[in-house]
Write a protein that binds this ligand. Structure first.
Ligand SMILES: [Zn+2]
Ligand SMILES: [Zn+2]
Length: 351
């Protein structure tokens, strides 16, 4: 089979790999949809590709990208119970491997494994930008019948991450949330939060992305490039108080500081975007206003299943997130477009 490899410095190669065979406790998926996530851009741009970004890896040699896997079980190894996986089953995959036995692994948080995350599929282990993908059966999450494979791919990282952050924020329908960055994660947060009944103030430096946010339920739009005082603008929209909650999916140092400063006294801010930094004045920005600052890294297998059920039960049209569908041999073009950060989300359809 062929798989997409990030070679570093925005170079991509479609390379040949042997078809995988499952070992004990493992399955092989035929990948029907493999989403393109914002963090893929970090892996794509990094000088040494994904494995250079401090996630740790024992893997040597080229790695298949793609960490939003969704497909069908086509092979099952020894020691997998029928409750874990069945041939033909439609599944998403929780894209981390841990020890499988510690407190965190056994509650579905493999990325928090006490021994360190052994593999992040698509970053430090072979991912889903290929026809087949091998993974432990315990990382599978059922895909509800009502959801497309592309919707399942979105939930397998970007949309699931937005869900996880909103859960951490305990957002309620009477609240206003400011969502910084309207890429795939931020746009998912805008969509889910507005579906939950909350009022969303969407922020992005791209008017194209802001227009999409409006179509996904955002109530108010702010382009920070055209707004000298972003925090003041959010206060003006909230009776001078500030938002109840904020979510940063942009990773921009300025946006992160604004995300903390724009919430009202007793408000909550949640950082989701990876990398880069932020400078805060701890006294005035946080403690003298009783602000809660949350870091949120993706979701558990249980959270992933809950997100999928929520999307299915509410009839939320997640497929609208995708503006581009690509074949594997279009990867160079696909990532060059995504790199501009003005388009919507892309998905690879390997089979
Ligand atoms: Zn563990
Ligand atoms: Zn991701």
């Amino acid at each position: 089979m062929k798989g997409i490899v990030f070679k570093g410095n925005r170079e991509i190669e479609l390379m040949k790999f042997p078809d995988p065979t499952p070992g004990p406790g493992e399955v092989v998926l035929e990948i029907k949809a493999s989403g393109m996530c914002g963090s893929d851009l970090k892996f794509y741009r990094a000088a040494g590709g994904a494995s250079s970004l401090g996630l740790g890896s024992s893997h040597t040699g080229p790695l298949i990208a793609g960490h939003e896997p969704c497909g069908v079980v086509v092979a099952i190894g020894p020691d997998v119970s029928p409750k874990q996986a069945q041939i033909g089953q439609r599944v998403m995959q929780h894209h981390y491997r841990g020890c499988g036995a510690c407190d965190h692994c056994s509650t579905g948080w493999m990325q928090l494994c006490i021994e360190g995350v052994a593999e992040v599929y698509g970053a430090t282990g072979h991912g889903a930008h290929a026809k087949y993908m091998k993974c432990p059966a315990r990382t599978l999450v059922p895909l509800p019948d009502a959801l497309s494979f592309s919707a399942g791919a979105a939930i397998s990282c970007g949309t699931g991450t937005a869900w996880g952050a909103l859960q951490r924020l305990t957002l309620t329908a009477d609240q206003t949330i400011a969502v910084f960055g309207q890429g795939p994660v931020g746009l998912s947060a805008t969509l889910l939060a507005s579906q939950m009944g909350a009022r969303v103030i969407a922020l992005d430096v791209s008017d194209e992305r802001l227009n999409r946010a409006k179509a996904f339920g955002a109530h108010d739009l702010i382009n920070p490039l055209q707004t000298p005082d972003v925090v003041g603008a959010i206060r003006d929209l909230t009776h001078g108080r500030g938002a109840h909650a904020s979510l940063d999916a942009s990773s921009s140092p300025e946006a992160r500081a604004q995300a903390v400063r724009c919430v009202r006294t007793w408000g909550k801010a949640c950082f989701v975007g990876e990398g880069d930094s932020v400078t805060l004045d701890v006294s005035s920005d946080l403690l003298r206003r009783q602000v809660t600052l949350i870091g949120s890294w993706t979701f558990s297998t249980i959270g992933q299943a809950q997100c999928a059920e929520y999307v299915a039960d509410r009839g939320i049209e997640l497929d609208r997130l995708f503006t581009h569908q690509w074949r594997l041999d279009q990867a160079v073009e696909a990532y060059a477009l995504f790199d501009k950060q003005s388009s919507g989300k892309g998905v690879m359809l390997p089979s």
